[in-house]
Design a binder for this molecule. Structure first.
Ligand code: ATP
Length: 218
């Protein structure tokens, strides 16, 4: 008997301080392009040696909940926030892989900037054993890798075939043609600190939450 086809699901990790349209809109387009069944947003617990988020874990979680309310493509997984230890993507993916089994096609979504710095991630070489990488374009970031070695690694794993993403549980890198939004959480925090408007940059309920809790005022 043929085994049932398992839908392609993706995890989208980040600090989400705050979540914004530069996160949401490219990923919605990506989901259509590659027929993603579900995108699980997973806010991370930031390692102590990096700049800490300005909003606390509960506030970042609440903003994700507000941003995705009523949108069945997205779901929230707050497991990394519940830990007191730093979030290492590779360890979270091992946990998810163990839960979902070895055959489930699983992807991790990143922006182009994250692809360029991926080789600084903890145990980055193991990532493709656990998932595919789906890469969204981001304004200002080169599509070429920094070194010939990194470029060879990318070329070896990259695919333009959506079918391949669905057929294998892990191992491919897909450079998606997603719309570009010149939005970053850093710029949003700076604008808010200067009382500049952010209405086009974050969903209205997220902006209302930010104002209600006086976030990012410095
Ligand atoms: P910060 O400015 O605080 O560093 P950020 O806006 O880059 O934050 P993160 O939460 O750190 O957002 O990013 C989570 C993921 O979203 C990363 O993989 C990042 O590359 C991606 N991402 C963020 N903004 C964009 C954007 N405008 N276009 C495409 N990808 C993005």
């Amino acid at each position: 008997m043929a085994s049932p086809v398992l839908p392609l699901c993706a995890i989208y990790g980040g600090t989400f301080d705050p979540i914004h349209y530069g996160h949401l809109k490219p990923v919605a387009a990506l989901a259509t392009q590659v027929a993603l069944h579900r995108v699980t947003i997973m806010p991370n617990n930031v390692p102590p040696h990096r700049p800490q988020p300005e909003a606390n874990s509960q506030q970042r979680k609440a903003m994700v909940e507000l941003a995705i309310a009523g949108n069945s493509l997205f779901k929230l997984d707050a497991r990394e926030l519940a830990r007191s230890t730093p979030s290492y993507t590779v360890e979270t993916l091992e946990e998810v892989r163990a839960e979902q089994g070895s055959q489930q096609p699983l992807a991790f979504i990143i922006g182009q900037d994250s692809l360029l710095s991926l080789q600084r991630w903890h145990r980055w070489e193991s990532l493709l054993d656990l998932c595919h990488l789906l890469v969204c374009q981001r304004p200002g970031y080169s599509v070429a890798m920094d070194t010939p070695g990194q470029q060879r690694w990318l070329d070896r794993h990259s695919t333009t075939s959506v079918d391949e993403l669905h057929a294998a549980p892990a191992g491919k890198i897909y450079l998606a043609q997603t719309p570009m939004y010149d939005i970053s959480a850093t710029a949003i925090r700076q604008r808010l600190a200067q009382n500049l408007s952010c209405g086009d940059l974050v969903p209205a309920p997220v902006l209302a939450f930010i104002q209600q809790h006086n976030l990012y005022q410095r």
